[in-house]
Design a protein around this ligand. Sequence first.
Ligand code: IVH
Length: 678
Amino acid sequence: MTPKEEIQKLTDEVNQHNYNYYMLDNPTISDYDFDILLARLVDLEKQYPEYALPDSPTQRVGGTVTKQFRTVRHIYPMLSLGNTYSEADLQEFNRRVESLVHDNLEYVCELKYDGVAISLIYENGYLSRAVTRGDGVQGDDVTANVKTIKSIPLKLRGDYPPLLEVRGEILMPYSAFEALNREREDIGEPPFANPRNAASGSLKLQDSSEVARRGLDFHLYYALGENLPCDNHYDRIMKLADWGFRKVQVITKTKNIEGVFGFIGEWNEKRKSLPYAIDGIVIKVNSYTQQQQIGATAKSPRWAIAYKFKAERVSTPLLSIDYQVGRTGIVTPVANLAPVQLAGTTVKRATMHNNDFITSMDIREGDWLFVEKGGEIIPKIVGVDMEKRQAGSQEVRFVTTCPECGAVLVNNEGEAGIFCPNEQSCPPQIKGRLEHFISRKAMNIESLGEGKIEMLFENGLVRDIADFYNLTYNKLFGLEKKIESIDNKGDRILSFKDKTVENILSGIEKSKQVPFARVLFALGIRYVGETTAKKLARHFKNIDVVSSATKEELMQVDDVGERVADSIVNFFNNAGNLQTVVRLREAGLNFETKDEISKLGTALDGKSIVVSGVFSVPRDEIKQKIEDYGGKNVSSISKNTDFVLAGEKMGPEKRKKAENLGIPIISEEDFYIMIGEK
Ligand code: IVH
């Protein structure tokens, strides 16, 4: 078999397995064997990128970096739905429909998925574009990110039409949402408030391999195009399963509004055990002819309506407020509430976010607060129960000193929240920095975790991140911590034995291989997240240049605005931080970028490229991309040039020269395809 044939065969085979698994829920191969097939395909595509197919399953793991999402016009506008919380409104909707449709009325009821709307365009069977709703007329092209979602086919099956648009909702199941938030809290990033925000944030990530890890899912609810089969919505939704989509499980037809109420009642209960959030039910007139008869307003169709479930709400007394100090020193007020049942769980605590939240709601001591739990799992304080307010109640006074270290709290202008300025010796800030340093996306020292850090800290062995590299066998062996019993079985003693100590030390040793970008992230500079750290590392190449860069130089890096630049400058103006960097460097950590790490890909390895003409982005950006993918920018065309990248208005002289030498001329569009950014 030639490599080309093998790539074709593996692509088909892996796609079939993905289909069995994600669409039919009926896997016919072990995970292990599947991984072997996929790895072989990845390998072959690396050797022969020219043979990779447009529906290659390797796109599912991502790897594309999109700096800015292009704005794209929808083929058909994406309307929204009128919605209501009231049964009377539904009756009214039904009366209007019945007044226009006299015979054979049928409603379709579906779940109202609580995620992000997406439009998927399939041209000749291939997923060519995925666009967010945006303002309904135009949205963002998020194709690379959407391709990582396994329940979205990259290629249709069966007797599909040449052009098909499928709409649906991208959402994050609760399990993925909880895992993501745990991870974010581990590294000191703010958690997402609900799965919808998490899904929407994930779709806008620049790095599609990160999207691939987020566990997004897709549910379809609409299909349109020209000359499609079926004269009604229900049949067409069913038809989509023949074309390779997962069969819609929850959908029903009914002839009258009573049937609709039945479905609503059923799913108002059943939704509590769904693995993802829905916020209501959508009711649609089934027949397309009838839909047209009924028509639409500029914003939404009159043949459909969304019935939204009411969030469950209770009122309960505020008992006291805890003030939690986070890794960055931000102080968050948390309400202790009289325990109360809400949507299946007992609620006794809820965040009050910050001082603005307390003052804007005018929360006073002794107030009863309304707490709600909608599609979100986290209970939210939504207001004060004024009927229960006592006369003469006192305003809540935010603490003025740090509950952990006693320092006087500060409220810097322009900064979010009130925080403890005692970075150097406030315990949660120290521990937070240590935990951030060892976390997966930073130094990834798996043999250490929150509990062990606590022990090292309490025993005075580690206070500064550089102290990890001074740990020795003798210092660690035999360290003990009493864990108080919670089940009357007696206290336990946790103690560091041989194996634990060896693991810790080898994990620390291994961290010396971690590339510069992650070391920079691990330092815990405020506002410097993972992506910003990568960009800084790529731009400045080593720590000396970063640490001596001026604010203006820092702001040359995209994503680095004034706030981030100020924070970096401040960090390196601090003698203690500089000392830490010196010690880490002496310990052998990577403080400069190795070439291969700074690259985004290898698609242009060793290629000499001439750039000519005007592009949709500044020319420097194009040149940077060439370098990012391993290519070399050369200024004039010669027989050694691999290709000319031509924008608009390329000079005629250059074009002639390239043609004479037989050098390929590549468009901007093809260039993006070549480097896998399209
Ligand atoms: S139908 C023209 N069906 O709700 C009809 N929408 O406010 C277009 N949604 O933007 C929408 N589940 O994001 C439809 N089963 C469902 C839905 C659904 C969720 C979302 C969708 C839309 C919004 C309408």
